[in-house]
Design a protein around this ligand. Structure first.
Ligand code: FAD
Ligand code: NAI
Length: 468
């Protein structure tokens, strides 16, 4: 119809598609423009989901390879059919992206497959993927265009030899050697996948610890565990440059504190030094939308861009580049546009690294509390003393709980250990509801479960644990 839309969302990633569905559920006439051809954005197509599929498969293979014998399970002729692994990953991704198309239909979100850009602040010009052009009018627009891998100067992505996470998820074969530049989340997740499958992986990290922003004690323990698994870390090293040799690559590095240069060679170099906001070809600046010094869309209170009726969320704005953060923001914008109160609590956004064991955190790290001069108490509990972890023969790691010294309120929970990513939800809920560690310590947890370790860590923060 010629009626304008109430909301046009540009970008069909977790921020955009969730905002579109929520807005439609709240009665707004809603459209979503996505150029990729499938919905779900980076997360479903080349991020969270395919990486977790490969992590799961490679974990199962390694488990069978290394641990089954000790458990008394006999397997012969264990091997990897890489083509089938890739097919399985593609099937998982395909079923999820089609599922979102189904949700759009169910909720009556108009889906435009094409490139969206601002003609005016109330007109979105779309270059449809089928070659046609169409302009739609709208009262409000939500920019949810996400992010892309940051290239490394001199090591241009060809996605064959010099790869981003996208290339790393779709390699033609399991490589013999891989260099990973950047020991952040993508670095350790992809290093884990290939190390488990037999690749010799070397991770070069500029800082003195991996996964920068996480609690230092957790980071150190995590690095030790990954090193024991066989991943080689060169921390405190900077990359000076590199060369794509056609059939492989070389990278020259140097200790940050000074020392001899080293040249490394490998079949592939994975560049995972961060992602940058994606705003190309959107024409946002021509209607008055401002970018900040990192190229992100600059937003004020309630995700406003300063241009009437134009909002922005997700990886393209400030904050952690996480799918669930983008989703929460998308829901908040839909609620705000429907005259409701939309809100995101940035103090209670969990972060999970899906290695084995997993790392999961919420709230403040010990370093952040020290820096802010907050008086805190600390409790911890090792999985070694948890009966379920013992029964599962999966005892590596520990839980660390940080609380306000006076009020006992939970300020941060940090876990390295089995199923940490599922377990952190309880801590997130605790922080969201303003719980004290005593509240969790006095809550009955089923036995034997890994979650009892969180209860015991809270007991350790407030009084004393039983099993240590
Ligand atoms: P995106 O998902 O990037 O979606 C933006 C979409 O907009 C894209 O599909 C793009 O094609 C489209 N677009 C851009 N410009 C236009 C335009 N002009 N017109 C039409 N369409 C346009 N996060 C987690 O929380 N957990 C994880 O386990 C996790 N794993 C990850 C693993 C990898 C390898 C990577 C790369 C990322 C991972 N992330 C993870 C991060 C997560 O993918 C992002 O935080 C999330 O996708 C951001 O959502 P978004 O909606 O803001 O943007
Ligand atoms: P990142 O910011 O997590 O890590 C980048 C790392 O590279 C940092 O440790 C940094 O110190 C290092 N680095 C930067 N420049 C370097 C250089 N020149 N030489 C050596 N090291 C250098 O970024 P990453 O891993 O690329 O991930 C991008 C985003 O994707 C992250 O923000 C993350 O939130 C998201 N993501 C989330 C996942 C999850 O939630 N499980 C999984 C994968 C990605």
């Amino acid at each position: 119809s010629s009626q304008p839309f109430d909301l046009v969302v540009i970008g069909g990633g977790p921020g955009g598609y969730v905002a579109a569905i929520k807005a439609a559920q709240l009665g707004l006439k809603t459209a979503c423009v996505e150029k990729r051809g499938t919905l779900g954005g980076t997360c479903l197509n080349v991020g969270c989901i395919p990486s977790k599929a490969l992590l799961n498969i490679s974990h199962k293979y390694e488990d069978a390879h290394k641990n089954f014998k000790g458990l008394g399970i006999k397997v012969d002729n264990l091997g990897v059919d890489w083509a089938q692994v890739q097919k399985k990953k593609g099937d998982i991704v395909g079923s999820l992206t089609k599922g979102i198309e189904g949700l759009f239909a169910k909720n009556k979100v108009s889906y435009y497959k094409g490139w969206g850009k601002f003609a005016t602040k109330n007109e979105i010009a779309i270059d449809l993927n089928d070659g046609k052009k169409e302009t739609i009018t709208t009262k409000n627009t939500l920019i949810a265009t996400g992010s892309e891998p940051t290239p490394f100067p001199g090591l241009e992505f060809d996605e064959k030899i010099i790869i981003s996470s996208t290339g790393a998820l779709s390699l033609q074969q399991i490589p013999k050697k891989m260099i990973v530049i950047g020991g952040g989340v993508i670095g350790v997740e992809m290093a884990s996948v290939y190390q488990r499958l037999g690749t010799e992986v070397t991770v070069v990290e500029y800082l003195d610890n991996i996964c920068g922003a996480i609690d230092l004690e957790i980071s150190k323990a995590f690095q030790k565990i990954l090193t024991k698994q066989g991943i080689k870390f060169l921390i405190g090293h900077k990359v000076l440059g590199g060369k794509n040799l056609g059939n492989g690559a070389e990278v020259t590095i140097e200790p940050v504190k000074g020392g001899d240069k080293i040249t490394l060679t490998a079949d592939h170099v994975l560049v995972s030094t961060g992602r940058r906001p994606y705003t190309q070809g959107l024409n946002a600046e021509s209607i008055g939308v401002k970018l900040d010094n990192k190229g992100r869309i600059s937003i004020g209170h309630n995700f406003t861009t300063g241009v009437d009726g134009v909002y922005a969320i997700g990886d393209v704005v400030e904050g952690p580049m996480l799918a669930h953060k983008a989703e929460e923001e998308g829901i908040a914008v839909a609620e705000i546009l429907s005259g409701k109160v939309g809100h995101v609590n940035y103090d209670a956004i969990p972060g999970v690294i899906y290695t084995s064991p997993e790392v999961a955190t919420v709230g403040k790290t010990e370093e952040e509390l020290k820096k802010a001069g907050v008086q805190y108490s600390k409790g911890s509990f090792p999985f070694l003393a948890n009966s379920r972890a013992k029964a599962n023969d999966d005892i590596e790691g520990f839980i660390k709980v940080l609380t306000d010294k006076k009020t006992d309120k939970l300020l941060g929970v940090h876990i390295v250990g089995p199923n940490a990513g599922e377990m952190i939800a309880e801590a997130v809920l605790g922080i969201e509801y303003g719980a004290a560690s005593e509240d969790l310590a006095r809550t009955c947890h089923a036995h034997p479960t890994l979650s009892e370790a969180l209860k015991e860590a809270c007991m350790s923060a407030h009084f004393k644990p039983i099993h240590m």
